[in-house]
Design a protein around this ligand. Structure first.
Ligand code: 13P
Length: 244
């Protein structure tokens, strides 16, 4: 269960969040818990999470180790600050910052090379769904962005299905819609990396996950976890999602 804070919270607010959140998930051993704050809060989050089961992730990672890449943050930098995960190819990066399937693959490979667990996002936009192209889009994002990994690399990634029309809109995909998309993705995994990889890979659902809808989403066998935006900013609501 991962929380993506997007561009919210300062280091002080991060500390306050963890003070409230930690005791609420102390006994939550049924899942991994990851919080992905902005880069500027990673150190504060790692510090505040020390001694708890909560892991800390970044929201992006550069494809290079270091160099003239103004505004980018590399895998070794994230590792050095104590991050364990990195979200890659969030639709907001695709939409506003020119992320392409090609850069997604490069970032994913870099995350793996430097020991971070990539949470690789895929998902269709509203017009793609309405024109009946959901499956085509998911297959294409998988083929171009994920299928280029080796079997060993693939075994270490987490996939997140986030339909763009459900992000921040309050319009959650119904459990059935989400499950159908997860099935498409898992079938791609099976075809490319085999049955064991398809059974083992965790596919998270993201898009308006809230305490009151998480249970029905998680009841779908193909949904293995959630990538939560807005509801992960509040410690009580994210804890109730984690403890669904
Ligand atoms: P919301 O939960 O705010 O819809 O955001 C989902 C998301 O984009 C998580 O990465």
């Amino acid at each position: 269960m991962a929380g993506n804070w997007k561009m919210y919270k300062t280091p002080a607010e991060t500390q306050t969040f963890f003070e409230k959140f930690r005791p609420l998930v102390e006994k939550s051993e049924h899942c991994e818990i990851v919080i992905c704050p902005p880069f500027t809060n990673l150190a504060a989050a790692v510090d505040a999470a020390k001694g708890s089961p909560i892991q800390v992730g970044a929201q992006n990672v550069a494809w290079a180790k270091e160099g003239a890449f103004t505004g980018e943050i590399s895998g070794p930098m994230l590792k050095a600050v104590g991050a364990s995960h990195a979200i890659i190819s969030h639709s907001e990066r695709r939409q506003y910052f020119g992320e392409t399937d090609e850069t997604v693959l490069k970032r994913t490979q870099a995350a793996l090379e430097f020991g971070l667990t990539p949470i690789v996002c895929v998902g269709e936009r509203l017009e793609e769904r309405e024109s009946g192209n959901t499956e085509t889009v998911l297959v294409s994002q998988f083929q171009k962005g994920i299928a280029g990994l080796s079997e060993q690399q693939f075994a270490k990634i987490v996939i997140a299905y986030e339909p763009v029309w459900a992000i921040g809109t309050g319009k959650t995909a119904t459990p059935e819609i989400a499950a159908d998309a997860h099935k498409v993705i898992r079938a791609q995994v099976r075809e490319k990396f085999g049955k064991d990889a398809a059974d083992a890979v965790r596919i998270l659902y993201g898009g308006s996950v809230k305490p009151d809808n998480v249970k029905s989403l998680m009841a779908q066998p193909d949904i293995d976890g959630s990538l939560v935006g807005g509801a992960a900013l509040d410690p009580v609501s994210f804890a109730s999602i984690v403890n669904f």
